[in-house]
Design a protein. Sequence first.
Length: 95
Amino acid sequence: MNHKDKAKRAEELSRATQAKQILQNNLFKDSIQELKKIYSNALFEQTGAKDGEAREKLWLAYQVLGKVEQHFKEILETGKLAEKQLADFQNQQEK
């Protein structure tokens, strides 16, 4: 592993740490859950069957929330892999 690869893995690890903090942050978790609840309630209870445009916008908003969560989870997983790669490299150097 060259210096550029090590630096990239270290950056991925740093981003994973930040993503983990965000995902574990109560305000973030509460906000995501509250927005999902608001959007789903509006989608099913406040729009009629003929209100397709509003329903589509609410559905998209709900889906975006899931994508945001998934993005942070992917960053976290990438960081876990980077951590393993850095540890493997360190072990190789010690041999």
